[in-house]
Design a protein around this ligand. Structure first.
Ligand code: ADP
Length: 950
């Protein structure tokens, strides 16, 4: 650059070069200034005015905000994802003014955000074959770290915590020098969260240093006590601490406890499932209409945060669940006491947050008063439950948990120290109560005496000198003065010295007045200093009790969350679930917790048992299959969050995980291949689910051609049924799959009835296929449905009549073909029919024999093989083994494309590609092949056949 900056701009640019923050705010007297590019940036983002600062012949853009107004601008920049360094001014020993960066504010290190949501700062590291994740909320001091096995688990945690800032460690950064770059994970952070990615100092992740840091922060024994020893987890946790420390937020002291993520005690919920079930965010991204939104009647921000945690982190601990259910039950039965308790909670401050603010030094007099008031609620809460049903419930235990005498002590100290309603700032008096501090009291007494003298001076002057129109006042330029009306100004005594003449009056001072003025100013300063000292002490005192505040805060939050669940249960006729060991799951008249709020909901039962662990759910589109399955998952989840559930009765197994694979709309929107996503999700479920898991599959295999779709669905079913043995609900539009029940002992069929079903009240026999109205009954019944009602739905949706009619015809025709396949009837007529429209050498897919659950072997049965061959092989061919089939089809078959074909040895001609596919098919053991592999094979075969058919 030819324009060398100099002076203040030079200092700015030098500081900027030294920080990795994107923006620098530098104090210059009473302003924070931004220069050069930063000025342009903040002007753009925050609508600040840019002026020009010339310095040594160059001109630089400059923007500034007054000192006191920096905070809102900082927050706005951080909300937009910037990291902002703040350089404050200081005086050197030589008396020069210099600046240095005192703190860096980033999304994860804003101590006093405007909203009440947790602001998780996260670090992820990979090492030793494991991932380590750590989450810290600087606004409350909460801290969690753990090692997890795979990237999917990391994604699940990211979804659960929804961090605002993520620090990827060197092991996951990818590219560069990192050996284990995990671009997928980084992409998941980028696409799947709103978090800002910050590349923090790689050395902060080094396990040795990190371990040392953690020991210093949480105590030497803690790491062992919570079992945090994996290098990746230690590295991530240490890096978070290092980052918080480096950015100068000053809140480390409020991070008093190292929590784990306790994956063993929790219900596993992957990111997809959390999204599919719309727990805290809808598919569209809002909060309205989520499960949390529905059950959240909390009075406090901390209560709402806790409820969110319960819902995204259901537990498996029977005792803990019994405790929560007991409390909800007690609260639900005690409406009056519940109201009183909620009243007492209403408006209580967020103690966890205040603890963090006290630690960071940013808590002001009003914050301290809020701590006092919140602690002061404890007795009111106790009396709200005393003598009520709640007294014998876990509610009383929750309330008794924090150290009551410590809480009382701190409350009493704050109460003695602070006035009832202190002003927002310290130093102008009025914060500390009388009688708390002798020194301050004395200063105040002297000050008041001096003020009294000044207040009464005007009267004395009037009386003594017989003057009217006299006032005593003070301003910044003149200090204290006596102001006398013009008409009597000449009558003032000798010792009055005139200092100013105004239009209608004159101002005077006297030696006495000046002396009093000095006294008052001195006293004001001493009083302010003393008040600040006392407030600092109180703040320190509160910070020392950060852990107590976190305990009390947690207690208030828990009471709030429990009462909120009870409120919802009582208002919506929810019941307490009970848990069984074993496989029994019985829900009587279950409802969908969210949909029931806005619809005249039709309740449905669900029964699973040892011999009936897998339900195939069929029914037309829009009949309510998804809703039914989701409601079952949500009931199970609510139960293990500690809530009551929307049903008349529910007996549930304790599940270790809930897995869902539902519709693919959102993935489509993200531009990812639907089928690939579907298969990844399926693969994850097949790997992760256990016999104690609940699996919800909505339409597997839809993203690909019918036959591989069916085969994948089939194979996945077998695997879930035979190997995983998970409790499964599987909705499918392949009604072919309903025959699974005949082959697999634990599979049963249910269907969602529509009017027109043979077993519905208005059974009217056959469906006409021409778009008759369908009335959805939303009633789940035993047994399969044998129809797909897509054409009806198309009609309902307003698809033009001719299209619906034509679709009906096509459907009838397809059914006719299927009937032929099912009978296994061969013959020239059928074969003719089958290829009638395709003509020529059109390749047809092999047929999946639905009753056998495998691809047909033509040798098995001559008669069946004839039919199979007509559809199972290229029309013009038969394989060597398929002699009889070839004979029946050959009659109507067009000439083969000779050049690409070989003689099958029996007069028929086989395309070598097709033959290879058929061989591979025959050699494949469907029962033994993992579904995903099977999927890949089918796709490969299909491509080969397509190529050969071209
Ligand atoms: P499917 O999965 O069969 O296509 P959905 O579960 O998406 O059908 O349900 C279709 C519509 O029917 C949704 O708008 C849903 O709110 C409503 N619905 C589903 N089940 C019920 C029920 N039991 N009672 C009332 N409305 C229901």
């Amino acid at each position: 650059m030819s324009n060398e900056p100099s002076g203040i701009v030079e200092e700015f640019l030098a500081l900027k070069a030294d920080t990795d923050a994107e923006v620098l705010a530098m104090q210059c007297g009473d302003f924070y200034e931004f220069f050069a590019d930063d000025a342009e940036l903040v002007a753009d983002e925050l609508d600040l005015k840019v002026s020009q600062k010339s310095s040594h012949g160059s001109s630089y853009p400059m923007a500034g905000v007054p000192l006191a107004e920096l905070t809102p601008y900082l927050k706005a920049l951080v909300e937009r994802g910037y990291r902002v360094a703040v350089a404050d001014q200081y005086e050197t020993d030589g008396g020069d003014l210099r600046r240095r960066v005192e703190r860096v504010v980033s999304p994860g290190t804003v101590v006093d955000p405007d909203d009440a949501d947790a602001r998780w700062l996260c670090a992820v590291e990979f090492g030793g074959g494991q991932y380590g994740v750590a989450f810290a909320d600087v606004t409350t001091g909460r801290f969690h770290a753990a090692a997890v096995d795979d990237a999917a688990a990391v994604r699940a945690e990211l979804h659960r915590f929804a961090p605002v800032e993520v620090l990827p460690g060197p092991g996951v950064r990818g590219g560069g020098t990192a050996a284990n770059g995990d671009d997928d994970l980084i992409a998941a952070v980028r696409d799947g969260t709103d978090a800002r990615l910050t590349l923090h100092d790689a050395e902060a992740f080094a396990p040795g240093r990190a371990r040392h840091r953690l020991r210093e922060q949480f105590g030497a024994e803690t790491l062992d006590a919570v079992g945090l020893d994996a290098d990746a987890a230690v590295g991530a946790a240490g890096a978070v601490l290092h980052y918080v420390d480096e950015t100068g937020a000053g809140v480390l002291a409020s991070m008093t406890r190292l929590g784990t993520l306790d994956p063993d005690g929790r219900v596993s919920l992957d990111a997809t499932t959390q999204r599919n079930l719309e727990l805290v965010e809808t598919m569209q991204g809002g909060r309205d209409g989520t499960l949390l939104d529905t059950v959240d009647h909390t009075e406090t921000a901390a209560g709402s945060r806790l409820l969110r945690e319960w819902i995204t982190r259901p537990v498996r601990d029977r005792d803990e669940l019994a405790r929560r259910h007991d409390a909800v039950e007690a609260f639900a039965a005690a409406a009056l006491a519940r109201d009183r308790l909620l009243d007492a909670l209403d408006g209580t401050a967020d103690l966890e947050r205040l603890a963090a603010r006290a630690s960071s030094g940013s808590a002001g007099p009003r914050d301290l008063a809020a701590v006092r008031d919140a602690l002061g609620r404890l007795p009111a809460l106790a009396s709200a439950i005393d003598g009520t049903e709640l007294a014998d419930s876990p509610v009383a235990d929750v309330l008794a948990r924090p150290d009551q005498s410590a809480a009382r002590r701190l409350h009493d100290e704050l109460d003695a120290a602070l006035v009832d309603e202190p002003p927002g700032s310290v130093g102008d008096g009025g914060v500390i109560a009388r009688g708390y501090d002798d020194e301050l009291d004395e200063l105040v007494a002297e000050y008041e005496e001096a003020s009294e003298w000044l207040d009464t001076l005007a009267d004395r002057v009037k009386r003594q000198y017989g003057l009217s129109h006299v006032t005593v006042d003070r301003n910044t330029t003149d200090g204290y003065y006596v102001q006398v009306g013009r008409s009597v100004a000449d009558d003032v005594p000798e010792h009055f010295r005139e200092i100013k003449t105004l239009k209608n009056s004159k101002r005077f001072v006297t030696d006495d007045l000046e002396e009093r003025e000095r006294t008052v100013l001195r006293l004001e300063e001493s009083r302010g200093d003393r008040e600040r000292e006392l407030v600092d002490d109180l703040r320190g005192r509160v910070a020392d009790d950060a852990e107590l505040l976190q305990d009390v805060g947690r207690t208030l939050a828990e009471l709030d969350a429990l009462a909120s669940l009870a409120e919802h249960a009582a208002g919506n006729d929810w019941v307490r679930p009970s848990f069984t060991d074993g496989d029994v799951l019985e829900i009587d008249a279950g409802r969908h917790p969210v949909v029931e709020r806005t619809t005249d909901f039709v309740p449905n039962d669900l029964r699973l048992s040892r011999d009936r662990g897998f339900l195939v759910v069929t029914g037309p589109n829009m009949s309510g299959k998804s809703t039914y399955m989701r409601q079952c998952a949500l009931i199970s989840l609510l139960a293990q969050a500690g809530s009551f559930v929307p049903a008349d009765a529910a007996t549930l197994p304790l599940v270790d995980g809930i897995y869902t694979r539902v519709g693919a709309l959102d993935e489509l929107a993200q531009g990812r291949s639907t089928f690939m996503v579907e298969m990844q999700e399926l693969s994850n479920i097949l790997h992760s689910a256990t016999a104690d898991s609940l699996v919800i599959l909505d339409e597997v295999g839809r993203g690909t051609a019918t036959y591989d779709g069916i085969s994948i669905a089939w194979a996945a079913t077998e695997y879930l049924h035979n190997e995983v043995r998970a409790k499964t609900l599987f909705a499918t539009h392949y009604h072919e799959l309903t025959s699974l029940a005949e082959h697999l002992p634990r599979v049963a069929n249910v269907h969602v009835a529509v009017d027109g079903d043979p077993d519905s009240s208005r059974a009217d026999g056959e469906e006409s296929g021409d778009g008759d109205d369908v009335t959805f009954l939303r009633r789940v019944r035993e047994g399969p449905t044998d129809r797909s009602y897509g054409v009806h739905v198309a009609d309902l949706a307003g698809v033009p009549g001719p299209v619906v009619d034509r679709a009906g015809e096509v459907l009838d025709r397809l059914r006719a073909e299927k009937a032929i396949e099912a009978r296994g009837a061969g013959g020239a007529g059928d074969a003719d029919h089958a290829d009638g429209e395709g003509g020529g050498t059109r390749t047809r897919q092999a047929v999946f024999d639905l009753s056998a659950g495998e691809f047909v072997d033509a040798d098995a049965d001559g008669d069946a093989a004839a039919g199979d061959a007509a559809t199972a092989t290229t029309e013009t061919t038969g394989t060597a083994e398929r002699t009889d089939a070839a004979e029946t089809t050959a009659a109507t078959a067009p000439e083969p494309a000779a050049a690409e074909s070989t003689d099958g040895g029996d007069g028929s001609v086989v395309d070598p590609e097709a033959a290879a596919v058929l061989d591979a098919l025959r050699d494949t053991d469907v029962a033994e092949t993992p579904p995903v592999e099977l999927m890949a094979k089918v796709q490969e075969w299909q491509e080969q056949l397509e190529e050969s058919g071209e």
